[in-house]
Design a protein around this ligand. Structure first.
Ligand SMILES: Nc1nc2c(c(=O)[nH]1)N[C@H]1C(S)=C(S)[C@@H](COP(=O)(O)OP(=O)(O)OC[C@H]3O[C@@H](n4cnc5c(=O)[nH]c(N)nc54)[C@H](O)[C@@H]3O)O[C@H]1N2
Ligand SMILES: Nc1nc2c(c(=O)[nH]1)N[C@H]1C(S)=C(S)[C@@H](COP(=O)(O)OP(=O)(O)OC[C@H]3O[C@@H](n4cnc5c(=O)[nH]c(N)nc54)[C@H](O)[C@@H]3O)O[C@H]1N2
Ligand code: SF4
Ligand SMILES: [Mo]
Length: 606
């Protein structure tokens, strides 16, 4: 069995199917957590192995052309250029292209051991996680089985597209479903109670619901309850309706929905939305009011006890500088050497295009370790070929379900490719870097990182798929008024700052891609936005703001309310420029995530 390592709630488990010794298909596990079905990417994975954009040998960009070189040569080049820069001018950018413990986490040890600069890993979900923790001390919560036991509300998540197993469990249960979104997404169209909300105003709606619950439900209170009651006083139905666009009668329906003790799926997207950390806090507190501390789900990545810091070597070494991911593009001038693995920052980070520009100008040396020739690899001076998850050994966890999986290769990697742990060990050797972090074998590091999970590595290797024990979230105290926040100089109660801007550009997921992956199978996402018919000005529009401009096709779509501009997926404009050239990078207050889903733009005909 093997688990999909993509950045996805579901972490599907498959049995490989072979014909004449060759992998032809991945068969989804019939039981939990995969229930016999998967997504378009899971179904297309095998095709991707031999895609024309696979990187098969190390590449060196010369003056005029890209040439294939040996590993020995490429490692020497990387090491020489890296060693010639001061550590704080060396930046590593890695994210969740593959969620394996060895692929993603362990390799950071090389850079931490040398005191290089790191990002803060904030691009996706840290804002909401840190925000919820201010009240609960944890951000994890409900488990897969809870999805079929009670009504479910999908708040700021198009689960029918991005979280197909959670969505299907809820849908098949026959329980009532609700959703809160800024447009009529697939999820919104398929729930009993769809609540269309103005962008970035979710915290107001949640506090408005809180006010109503307090007035008619026998709330027992808890630490800081009185301050909270006072705080929500001003979130009257009239105020809620004015700010959010949700009518008092819809608010009433939502209150009724909450009184039935639903499960709240707090979309990680709230991390990327203005006031979104505050919204996540407020939604989680509704479950405190209802006396139901296990009633919300955000991300369970920290529920299993895996020591990610240990894998990265942060128990023993620290980066010389930490850059918020949203500011990497604008701060690229501070660096001279950038090493990327497991991410495609030129396309996926705010103003990530500046990384490519800096590389083209020779301001930085850019090195990329990847299985695929993505935008970042195309901009790189040195490209190192990596095996995909189907071609290497790893340990995989999920941020939703509690299965831990030992992956072993089900296909042969390109002969010239090397896994991440091999590359960092070799680089340490060529650099002459002798550090205890790098002397520890990667598998020993995994063994130690799993010590608090209740399972040993040898047990995992023998059983291959192991359900980890679930934390008891039914107990433990909540702080309505967060003293943890006060200590950090943060607002103790969820705050609201009215959004400002005529048009908000936002990004729902596409069923065909995971972030920037799978374009070799399904083609490029169309460079197109959807807008309300009343906002439609032309078939081709320029979206612009203080960061720059992009040119895209426009489509009038009544599913999109006025003022909202929808770009599906993570892609480029008509001229090939990353859409992210114009998204916001300013970090969120709690966990640093940039508010890219609330990007203010102006719209003009081309
Ligand atoms: N098919 C597919 N699945 C994926 C991914 C993918 O790219 N494709 N990406 C994976 C990754 S990396 C992640 S982090 C998760 C993403 O999952 P999440 O981040 O949890 O949410 P999404 O499903 O992307 O949907 C975000 C929704 O937020 C809505 N939205 C935008 N602004 C606002 C607002 O102000 N308020 C409210 N209420 N809603 C708003 C958007 O319209 C969209 O429908 O999915 C993972 N799964
Ligand atoms: N405009 C816009 N921007 C977004 C988003 C959005 O919705 N809209 N979503 C944001 C979110 S939620 C996230 S999580 C980020 C995701 O940002 P990224 O993590 O950068 O996105 P991915 O496309 O998942 O990563 C793809 C890259 O991972 C690498 N990769 C895959 N498997 C492996 C492997 O086994 N080994 C190595 N070495 N490399 C591998 C490949 O180079 C591939 O190109 O993007 C963010 N940016
Ligand atoms: S991308 Fe998500 S739904 Fe698709 S195969 Fe991977 S884990 Fe499953
Ligand atoms: Mo993400």
């Amino acid at each position: 069995m093997i688990a999909c390592t993509r950045d996805c709630y579901d972490t599907c488990i498959f049995t490989p199917v072979y014909r004449d010794g060759e992998l032809i298909r991945l068969k989804p596990l019939e039981g939990p957590p995969t229930f016999g079905f998967t997504c378009a990417r899971g179904a297309g994975d095998v095709k991707r192995l031999k895609a024309p954009n696979r990187v098969k040998t190390p590449l060196l960009r010369g003056e005029r052309q890209v040439v294939e070189v040996s590993w020995e040569r490429v490692l020497r080049e990387v090491a020489e250029r890296m060693a010639s820069e001061e550590p704080h001018r060396v930046l590593h950018i890695d994210y969740d292209g593959n969620q394996g413990l060895l692929t993603w986490y362990y390799p950071a040890r090389l850079f931490n051991a040398m005191g290089a600069a790191s990002t803060d890993y904030s691009i996706c979900s840290s804002e909401g996680r840190e925000a919820i923790k201010l009240h609960w001390g944890r951000a994890y919560g409900a488990m897969p089985e809870d999805f079929s036991k009670r009504p479910v509300i999908f708040w700021a998540i198009d689960a029918a597209v991005s979280f197909i197993h959670g969505w299907t469990l809820a849908k098949k249960s026959g329980n009532r479903l609700a959703a809160v979104d800024v447009w009529m997404s697939t999820t919104m169209k398929n729930v009993d109670l769809p609540i269309l909300i103005k962008p970035a105003t979710d915290v107001v709606l949640a506090l408005g619901v809180a006010r109503e619950i307090i007035q008619r439900y026998n709330v027992e209170g808890g630490r800081g309850f009185r301050e909270f009651v006072k705080h929500v006083e001003r979130y009257t139905p009239t105020y809620v309706s004015r700010e959010t666009g949700v009518s008092p009668s819809q608010l009433e329906e939502l209150v009724e929905f909450y009184l039935a003790k639903p499960l709240s799926v707090i979309g990680m997207a709230l991390s990327r939305i203005e006031n979104g950390g505050d919204a996540a806090r407020a939604i989680s507190l509704l479950h405190a009011l209802l006396g139901d501390p296990g009633g919300f789900f955000y991300s369970n990545s920290e529920a299993w006890g895996i020591d990610f810091r240990y894998l990265r070597g942060l128990h023993m070494a620290s980066p010389s500088r930490v850059v918020p991911m949203g500011l990497v593009g604008s701060a690229i001038g501070d660096f001279r050497f950038v090493y990327v693995w497991n991410a495609n920052p030129v396309l996926t980070l705010p103003q990530g295009d500046r990384i490519a520009t800096a590389a083209a100008r020779g301001d930085i040396t850019l090195v990329v370790h990847t299985p695929f020739m993505d935008e970042t690899a195309q901009a790189a001076h040195l490209v190192l070929p990596a095996p995909t998850y189907l071609e290497k050994e790893d340990v995989v966890y999920s941020y939703w379900h509690n299965y831990l999986i030992y992956n072993t290769p089900v296909a042969n990697p390109p002969a010239g490719s090397r896994p991440e742990v091999w590359v960092v060990a070799k680089l340490a050797e060529v650099l002459g870097l002798d550090h205890p972090l790098l002397r520890e074998d990667p598998w020993v590091a995994v063994e130690v990182a799993l010590r608090n999970t209740g399972i040993t590595l040898s047990e995992l290797k023998a059983r291959r798929v192991v359900p980890l024990s679930k934390p008891n979230v039914g107990v433990g105290e909540v702080e309505f008024y967060s003293t943890a926040a006060l200590e950090r100089g943060l607002p103790p109660l969820p705050q609201y700052k009215p959004p400002a801007g005529r048009f908000v550009l936002t990004f729902p997921p596409s069923p065909l891609y995971t972030n920037s992956q799978f374009r070799e199978v399904y083609g490029e996402p169309p460079p197109k936005v959807k807008m309300n018919p009343a906002d439609y000005v032309s078939r081709c529009v320029v979206l612009y703001n203080e960061f720059g401009q992009v040119e895209v096709e426009a489509e009038a779509d009544p599913d999109v309310p006025p003022g909202v501009v929808i770009y599906v997926g993570v892609g480029r404009d008509k001229l090939g420029r990353p859409i992210n050239a114009i998204v916001r990078g300013d970090p969120g207050l709690y966990g640093g995530t940039p508010k890219l889903y609330t990007t203010y733009v102006e719209v003009a005909p081309c």
